[in-house]
Design a protein around this ligand. Sequence first.
Ligand code: SF4
Length: 241
Amino acid sequence: MKGVINSFQSLGTLDGPGLRYVIFMQGCPLRCINCHNPETWSLDGDKYDLDDIYARIMRYQNYICNNGGVTISGGEPLLQWEFIAELFSKLQKSGIHTALDTSGIGDLNGAKEVLKYTNLVICDLKFSSQEEYSKNCKADIGRVLNFIELTEKEKIPLWIRHLIIPGITDTASSINAIVKIAKGYKNLEKFEFLPFKKTCIPKYKELGFPFPLEQNDECPNTLIEKLAKSQMIPLLTHFND
Ligand code: SF4
């Protein structure tokens, strides 16, 4: 079986617990206004054989087997759910912790297959209403919430991430609405606010696309620290500068 992959990060520390081998899959059906990885949108790209990827990961086994693991991100990894289910199954059999980093969009039956072999789900909850989802990433919030409910039903530990974009998601009512939704899930382990940054602008220039938020302010890290202190939920903060 082959997967279309954008890139690899051999020892990441931001996408799940411990040291992690991170794979960024190619392909995403959304077009979020804040997207930092527009180079992953297309499903065209380099194809890799699953056994080769497994062998590549196992070269790092000694680094990732203690408290770390493998994270699959994207793009939207659930577009290639068959590949991920198969890879995660193989990894779990080898005692490797598996994390799925997703926007929660994708085929729910495919997601069910992946979740059978997933130790942790890291899900973006981008907005709290359908209106905002439609306007800012052309997605259906119902699909995202159905996916998160599935992780709850399957009792998979859940981390929720939410990006703070000045002028768009930084109002008290917006933040309170997101936190309220997140707190409603029994499997929520961590909640993470991320600050909006514009480090992706060179990628857009290279691809020849306009970055919709080029004129918006970045989110100061101090605001994230302030939010972290004010929210009574398990909170994780780091800064993807
Ligand atoms: S879901 Fe992620 S990869 Fe897809 S458009 Fe949105 S931010 Fe970009």
